[in-house]
Write a protein that binds this ligand. Structure first.
Ligand code: CDT
Length: 308
């Protein structure tokens, strides 16, 4: 029996600060309906898919900050998304800002099964940007201010006939993200992102932003013999251009489906999980070829330290 998951990478165009959750959820539901027509099993939405990418603004009023967060999932604004996905027989990955009952703030993603039940929850590990107001920037990137660091780490779950993991945006640039899930047998890694074209500390990277996006995800897929699904919130959001480049990458590292523009757009591919084995049992047979006795610095040292 083949193990094929037909996946829809449900890219979103910009979400305005004034857009309501209801308006956004209607766009997500439109994606679900198109995905159903295209024969999908699983739809992957971006990071923080219910609001504009609010870390671009310095805010001090906690009530204003909390207005971008969800206290329940599903909650009143997202119940219709869960209901429609279940009715259509679709699972989904959704990124959102999570406010826990004990007052913690996370950049979170959930994996929801075709029955509408939450299979797994992931809270973002790598929070980029800065914690304090830096007015010299064209716009802020205050994830270190508004979010707590993950308490979940990188896990994987059984679902859709395979082993699936989740990551969020900046995580995709770090090889450890994929390898920690690869070591748990991940056959498909889902990740959403919001990536401004302009990176204030290194504007010389701006022209390479789509290349770096693809480079990181293709390497993660190939080096771990797994599918990677990367999905953008793209376009000019509140005056800040964000990259698209949503794509579905096979365990070979080859991109097999991709969006073309910067708006709401669905890229679909039938992903055969058994295609992972060709990599996981040969070049990247971890049990045979890895040499963890030589990798100690990966966990014992944080920053680079040249020899004396
Ligand atoms: N959302 C997110 O993590 N974005 C970062 C932006 C670059 S770091 C300031 C990313 O890695 O794409």
């Amino acid at each position: 029996m083949t193990r094929v998951i037909t996946v829809g990478a449900a890219q979103l165009g910009p979400i305005a600060r004034s857009d309501t959750r209801k308006q956004v959820v209607e766009r997500l539901v439109a994606h679900l309906r198109e995905a159903r027509r295209m024969g999908c099993d699983l739809v992957v939405f971006p990071e923080l898919a219910l609001t504009t990418f609010f870390p671009r603004w310095f805010m001090t009023d906690q009530a204003e900050i909390d207005s971008f967060f969800e206290r329940e999932m599903p909650g009143p604004a997202t119940r219709s998304l869960f209901d429609e996905a279940k009715r259509l027989g679709l699972g989904f990955y959704l990124g959102y800002a999570e406010l826990t009952p004990d007052g913690r703030h996370f950049n979170t993603a959930i994996l929801v099964g075709k029955d509408g039940a939450i299979i797994g929850k992931y809270r973002k590990v790598h929070l980029p940007g800065h914690a304090d107001h830096e007015p010299w920037r064209r716009f802020q990137h205050l994830e270190k201010r508004y979010f707590d660091i993950s308490d979940t780490g990188f896990k994987v779950w059984h679902g859709f006939g395979g082993i699936l993991g989740m990551a969020i945006c900046n995580d995709r640039r770090w090889p450890e993200t994929y390898r920690v899930m690869g070591l748990q047998g991940a056959e498909m890694i889902l990740l959403g992102y919001n990536t401004p074209v302009h990176n204030a500390p290194a504007p010389e990277h701006d022209d390479l932003s789509l290349f770096h996006n693809q480079l990181s995800m293709q390497a993660g897929a190939y080096q771990n013999g797994c599918w990677v699904i990367g999905v953008a919130k793209a376009g000019n959001e509140e005056g800040v251009p964000m990259i698209g480049g949503s794509q579905i990458i096979a365990p070979s590292g080859v991109t097999v489906a991709a969006t073309r523009g910067d708006g709401d757009e669905l890229a679909v591919a039938a992903c055969d999980l058994d295609a992972c084995a060709s990599y996981k049992t040969t070049t990247f047979n971890f049990a045979v070829h890895r040499m963890p006795q030589h990798y100690g610095l990966i966990t014992s040292r944080k920053g680079a330290e040249p020899p004396p």
